[in-house]
Write a protein that binds this ligand. Sequence first.
Ligand SMILES: Nc1ncnc2c1ncn2[C@@H]1O[C@H](COP(=O)(O)OP(=O)(O)OP(=O)(O)O)[C@@H](O)[C@H]1O
Length: 273
Amino acid sequence: MADTIVCLDRATVRRDGAALLSDVSWTISAGQRWVVLGPNGAGKTTLLLVAAGRLFPTSGAVDLFGSRLGTVDMRELRYRVGLVSPALTETPPADERVLDAVLTAAWSVLGRGHEHYDDIDVARASELLRQFGCAPLSSRRFGTLSEGERKRVAIARALMTDPELLLLDEPASGLDLGAREALLRRLTRFAADPAAPAMVLVSHHVEEIPAGVTHALLLRAGRVVAAGPVEEALAAGPLSDCFGIPLEVTATAGRYTARLAPRPPRPRAVTPA
Ligand SMILES: Nc1ncnc2c1ncn2[C@@H]1O[C@H](COP(=O)(O)OP(=O)(O)OP(=O)(O)O)[C@@H](O)[C@H]1O
């Protein structure tokens, strides 16, 4: 299909004898906004790196923009993917100006050197910073930002190359309630924009899913527990299977909360008449 962006066909990733992902089949199409949920160690980051073309499966096949991983020059394809993940160790230098931290993504470099940037590049970096509420930070040094501010700048940087796929690994982790809600509000707006790229965000918590997410994939021990439209995949049954505890789920205006399901009342002993 022309609008298929990523297609995993029974992808398995093994390291040191352990299966990090097992037989994962997953298709991301243009316009979709996915959340990948699962407990610690479920394989979420591994899956994101495979979808980004940064990690090759041990077996199975992965197609990115219609090209099979392992048969094409990955540099070209990776340019079309925006990835924000703690698994990427490179971050902008602490003394880099925030505007430059976004701008330099146009040349895939960290730290401004002698590259040439057009006015249109500067305008795009400024607009992305504005979109993620960071315009007042443009002249600050990257190292002086709070964690929440860094996360929003990192998303703006990932969008600088106008990617067709945006992958965000736990964008709300470590944020206080206000910073989390501010970020989720911006991601909701972003998700509602038909011109925005397909998006996948990884989380442990249903509370960190922005309204506007259309699909969910639930992972447990490297295997897909459920994948499909968000209302179906985030039902109590699949979510309980994913986290291995009985959960009840509440959905309000596209946002979710989950908590341990109350135990069913014990059947009362019947006394013989
Ligand atoms: N090189 C490796 N060799 C063996 N096991 C590995 C290797 N790299 C990762 N793992 C294991 O693979 C599993 C999946 O890791 P991954 O980081 O993808 O999980 P995750 O769902 O993103 O976890 P978290 O939510 O804690 O960030 C973990 O149990 C991890 O310890």
